[in-house]
Ligand binder design. Structure first.
Ligand code: HEC
Length: 273
């Protein structure tokens, strides 16, 4: 498994950089969302997150793909009391797994895309998402559902014509994310962090939000694909999975733990005529 060995230093480097950043800048954090990365994004950035299934890793050898799925990287780690989960007794491990599975079962993302458009035509794509552990989740508009190789939708030749419109969990338009863009920078990003996400496992309540993108079709006719990804957390929704670090809620599995997720919508075909 040469590739696994090669992966290890990369993960350690990410974790180290992340820890340094955490100690230097308490407002910067990944659990809690990548709140300073207010730019276009693709899911490869979420290296610590686990995948909801192997399909999004289908370019990898099957065993490598399996190791990055939530069931192996996260659930099995809790089950066997690996690392930070060692402090839980068997009953608590079962409860944490049940909580995490409930978050996963209620986390969804879907998109609406027209079947065909004319080259250069303006049209709308809507992404609807639900779930996560809160206080935020992230939505990205992409070309394909491959976690390590998906591109921002602009990479395929679609332009994002205006700032994406976010309707938050309270049903109101939300500008908290794009409002963080530095003075004068354009707001037409493919990535949005949605704020105000509240999850209550006891009552089974989950937040949902929509993001609407105005796109301009590529000038070159042909068959294209569009999909969306949801970046969310699981553990901080659980009373067992939530710990306080420097006064902030953090997942028990740690800053660089596997409790984050990458979930894709179905991939929509779109014909540009
Ligand atoms: C250092 C590891 C790490 C990296 C790198 C990382 N994340 Fe995360 N992220 C996490 C963890 C751990 C959680 C889960 C918190 C939980 O389980 O509740 C998380 C959760 C999230 C959440 C939901 C917020 C929350 O607290 O539940 C979003 C949105 C998110 N990540 C987006 C991203 C994006 C986008 C990137 C790439 C720019 C990224 N993450 C990179 C570790 C990471």
């Amino acid at each position: 498994m040469r590739a696994n060995i090669a992966l290890a230093p990369a993960c350690a480097a990410v974790a180290m950089a992340a820890l340094i950043a955490l100690t230097c800048q308490s407002a910067w954090a990944y659990p809690g969302g990548p709140l300073h990365d207010v730019t276009d994004a693709a899911p490869y950035c979420a290296g610590c997150h686990s995948s909801v299934g192997v399909e999004q890793l289908r370019e990898l050898p099957p065993e490598q793909a399996r190791q990055r799925t939530a069931i192996i990287a996260h659930i099995d780690a809790i089950k066997s009391g690996r690392g930070p989960y060692a402090k839980l007794n068997p009953q608590q491990r079962m409860e944490l797994i049940a909580d995490v599975e409930k978050v996963d079962a209620n986390s969804k993302i879907a998109i609406e895309v027209p079947q065909q458009v004319k080259a250069g035509e303006k049209f709308t794509v809507t992404a609807r998402a639900q779930g996560g552990s809160g206080p935020v989740f992230g939505i990205m508009l992409l070309d394909v559902d491959l976690r390590d190789q998906a591109r921002e939708i602009q990479g395929e030749g679609f332009q994002i014509a205006s700032p994406p419109k976010v309707i938050g969990p309270d049903g109101k338009p939300q500008d908290q994310w794009l409002g963080r863009r530095y003075d004068g920078l354009a707001h037409n990003l493919n990535f949005v962090v949605v704020f105000g996400v509240k999850t209550d496992l006891a009552t089974g309540k989950f937040s949902s939000a929509t993001v609407t993108y105005d796109l301009v079709a590529p000038s070159k006719p042909g068959k294209y694909t569009i999909c969306a990804a949801l970046m969310y957390g699981t553990e901080t929704a659980s009373p067992i999975g939530r710990v306080e670090v420097a006064g902030r809620p953090m997942p028990l599995g740690g800053f660089a733990g596997p409790s984050g997720r990458i979930l894709f919508s179905k991939v929509a075909d779109i014909q540009v005529r």
